[in-house]
Ligand binder design. Structure first.
Ligand SMILES: *[C@@H]1O[C@H](CO)[C@@H](O)[C@H](O)[C@H]1NC(C)=O
Ligand SMILES: *[C@@H]1O[C@H](CO)[C@@H](O)[C@H](O)[C@H]1NC(C)=O
Ligand SMILES: *[C@@H]1O[C@H](CO)[C@@H](O)[C@H](O)[C@H]1NC(C)=O
Length: 423
């Protein structure tokens, strides 16, 4: 509206000759227009409850997805958690903080030892790092516990990838917005169909930071390894590098991997201790002295001989030799695995089994670290965080260099293991 023309408006029959009258008239008119056009600027009295909630939470999605307890090994649990997050993202919902499992005994339900997500991972850091991508909420955020609908995951051979995706699409429709919570019933998320590329999983993994208690324990182990190293070289200016080896040679793994070799008609899943020591001795460009940190579940091993038989100048240590057995014993399985994982993540070189989820996720994170240094590839000894697969034969009798291909369209290779190591 052209305000200069206002003085010609005769509607209010106000004398507009004096300057003061014009000003008063204009002020009144502006107030009337504001009231008509912008009612919401006049205080909270005009708000209904929903609008108030919107203001309070801003853009935060206050609708939730609930998933069953997450089970099995540390890295199976991480994958399952990421899959639950990506499902919530697809449904445009926040994931209600799931229970993880502190124990590895998954056959007896009563021994699963639920442990809250925020006892293992830093809740606030997760949400700040993953802001705008995925979000985790607390159960106390739920306003009405009974306003929920169940999503029953199908099972069996007829429950295909396509049917699963159709179901998720159905539940992401606006019709379901009336339900505050969608609760997934059925299998644990590790067993759900996978619909997302490796890069999406990698984004979620990057936001998973262990709680301070775990980092503190990790630092203690690493400083014990470093201490051991300075005992070898007796030179304070030189830090002896450490190679972390994730040795899967326990009896339960050997039974499992032999079966798998038969089923998939390949012979490179299981590696004996002899094969591992030989391959590690032949890693090109690796010059002793160095420390070998053997990440292995001691209590599942049948003999103590893993410290013998390594190449001269390669000094093996395990938790027992570092005097840390007691520290580890104070923690449940999940926390022990988390500490071992962090120690391997920080190693100068990592050697693992390409069929192990634990090894595969380590390589994924190490590849991420390498790429962040500006490197174009992550294979071989000339990169900052090299990794190898000891179950695959590389050049000169060494293990095969190994990196994660972030362009992969599914996490299949990482969740179930493979001999495809992208190098
Ligand atoms: C997701 O939820 C937010 C907040 O509830 C809403 O504004 C947005 O339109 C939703 N997006 C889709 C694709 O439904
Ligand atoms: C909670 O949700 C249920 C189911 O939608 C509904 O019947 C009930 O009235 C709600 N309670 C409150 C306090 O809003
Ligand atoms: C298993 O693999 C070997 C060599 O890779 C091949 O000769 C053999 O026919 C395969 N057996 C079966 C049952 O596929």
């Amino acid at each position: 509206m052209d305000l200069l023309k206002l003085k010609h408006v005769k509607f209010f029959k106000i004398h507009v000759n004096s300057l003061v009258s014009v000003c008063v008239f204009l002020i009144i008119l502006v107030l009337i227009i504001r009231t008509l056009l912008l009612p919401s600027s006049f205080g909270f009295g005009l708000f209904n409850n929903n609008e108030f909630e919107l203001l309070k939470y801003g853009n935060v999605r206050m609708k939730f997805l609930e998933v069953p307890q997450i089970v099995w090994g540390l890295n199976n649990q991480k994958i399952a958690f990421a899959r639950a997050c990506l499902t919530a993202r697809m449904l445009n919902r926040s994931l209600l903080m799931p229970s993880l499992s502190a124990s590895l005994f998954y056959k007896e339900i009563d021994q699963l030892q639920p442990i809250s997500f925020d006892k293992v991972f830093n809740f606030e850091k997760f949400n700040s790092l993953c802001d705008g991508f995925v979000q985790v909420s607390r159960y106390s955020d739920v306003r009405n516990q009974s306003n929920l609908i169940k999503l029953q995951k199908g099972s069996g051979r007829r429950w295909t990838l396509e049917r699963d995706l159709d179901q998720l699409k159905e539940f992401s429709k606006r019709d379901y917005d009336v339900y505050e919570t969608i609760r997934v019933d059925g299998k644990n998320p590790f067993l759900w169909h996978d619909h997302w590329p490796v890069s999406d999983y990698a984004k979620v993994f990057e936001c998973l930071v262990f709680v301070d208690e775990i980092s503190k324990e990790t630092n203690e182990v690493v400083s014990k390894i470093r201490e051991f190293g300075s005992g070898i070289t007796r030179a304070s200016s030189y830090q002896t590098p450490y190679v972390a080896i994730h040795m899967r040679i326990e009896r339960d793994w050997m039974i499992h991997c032999k079966k798998r070799e038969q089923r998939s008609n390949v012979s490179n899943i299981c590696s004996s201790k002899e094969e591992i020591t030989t391959r590690v001795a032949n890693i090109p460009g690796l010059k002793p002295p160095m420390i070998l940190y053997l990440a292995v579940a001691n209590e599942l091993l049948e003999d103590d001989s893993i410290l013998n038989g390594w190449k001269e100048g390669m000094h093996p240590v395990d938790k027992k030799r570092l005097g840390l057995t007691e520290n580890y014993k104070n923690h449940p399985y999940l926390i022990q695995a988390a500490i071992d994982y962090e120690v391997c993540l920080g190693a100068d070189v990592f050697v693992g089994n390409s069929y192990s989820t634990f090894s595969s996720l380590l390589v994924l994170e190490r590849t991420q670290k390498t790429i962040k240094t500006g490197a174009s590839h992550a294979c071989g000894t000339d990169v900052r965080w090299p990794s190898y697969a000891y179950n695959l034969k590389g050049e000169d009798g060494g293990p095969q260099p190994w990196m994660t291909n972030f362009m992969d369209s599914s996490l299949q290779a990482i969740s179930y293991g493979s001999n495809n190591v992208s190098c």
